[in-house]
Design a protein around this ligand. Sequence first.
Ligand SMILES: [Zn+2]
Length: 393
Amino acid sequence: MAGAMALAWINPGVTRADTWDLVKFENRDYVSIQNVADFYKLQNTADDGKSVYLKSPGCTIQGAAGSKELTINGVKFILSYELLPQDGKILLSRIDLTKLVEPVLRPSKMRNARPIRTIVLDAGHGGHDRGATSGFGDEKDFALDTVMRTRELLLKRGYRVVLTRSNDTFIPLNERAKFANQFRDGIFVCVHFNAGSPTGTGIETYTLAPRFVPSTDQDGPAVSDMQLCAGNIDDPENMALATAMHASLLNRLPMTDRGIKRARFWVLRECTVPAVLIEGGFVSNPQEASRIAQPVYRQTLAECIVQAIGNYQRAIGQQPNGLLVNNGGGGGSRTPAMSVTNSNLNGIGIGATNNNPFQSVGSSVPMDGTAARVGASLGNGNEGPTVVVPRQH
Ligand SMILES: [Zn+2]
C-alpha cells in the first residue's frame, strides 16, 4: 500500500470537498467512501468500516466491504473491483468512481452526450442461430418479437427506429455494430434472453467494460483488456443508458435483479453510439421461459425499453419524445419520474471547466481520454442533478 496522495482543486469559489485522497492498492487508485460522500454531498451513515450507506433526499448508495455489489437507489451495479476495507475505512476504486458512480449520479454533466433521434434495435441471434432454446420457444423469436413491439411504441412517439433484423435472418455481429454506427444521433439497444442453469433467474443489463478493467465474469484484467475498444468513446453514456434501462426493467417486471454488468461483447465493443445489451430473463429456466413466452411479458419489456430511452434523454438534458414520462410521475406507469432534484446536491460546483472529479489542474495522475470526459461541467449552480436511477428504497 502506497501513501495517500492529495489532489487539490484549483478552482475559485468551490465550497464543498475540494480534495481527493488517492490510495494505491495493487497498482490501482482508490478513494475513500467518506471522500465520495463529501464530494457528492451525501451523508455517510455507516462509518463502521464494513458497510456503505450514503444518503441524501434523492440518492441512496449501499454496499459492503469485500463486495462488488453496489446499489444506487435500489438498483444493483456490479463494480469492476470490490469495495476495499482499509484501516477501518472502505475504499472505492477510482475507475468505478469515474466510470460508474459519476455518470449515474450526474448524467447531465456528460459533456459529449449527443441528443437522441434514432433508436437502433437489435434482436439477438436469428436464422440458424436460435440462441437459448426451450419448450416454450427460442430466444431468437422472443428477442425479435420484443424488438418489433418496442419499434411500434417508439414510432408512435415520433422516434426514428431502425432494426438490424426484422425477420428470422442471421446477421453477423460486426454487421450489426457497423449498421448502428451510421446513426450518429442514435443509441443501440440489443435484446437477448439468457441461458444458464435451470435455476438461473432474473434480468441483467450489460454495458461495455472500460479500458483496463475486467469483464464482470472475469477475475482480473486480461492483456486484451488493456486495449481501448471503439465503444469506449461513450463510456459515461453507456453506463447512463444501461442504468436507465436496467432500472426501468426492474421497476415493472417482477424479476430478480442480477445487476448492471460489464462485458466486451462484440456489439458493445464496436458500437460508437451509446450501447446497451439487455438479458430479459432466462429461457433456460422453465418458469421464466413460460413467462417470457407470454406476449404480455414482452409487451411490458418493450414499454420498459421505451420508458428507459425517455429517461436517458431526460438525464442528458434532452426532452424525451412523446409524453411517456412527465415531470411529476410515470404518466400512468409505475415508474416515478427520474428527475430527482436534490437540494443537497445542488451547486456542487467544481467549476465550469472541470468535467471530472479527478480532472484537476496540476493533477499528476494520468486519466485516459474517456475518463476525463465523465462529465461535470457545472455552469449553473441552481441546476439540480438528475440521478439516472428513478427508484428509491
Ligand atoms: Zn442471446
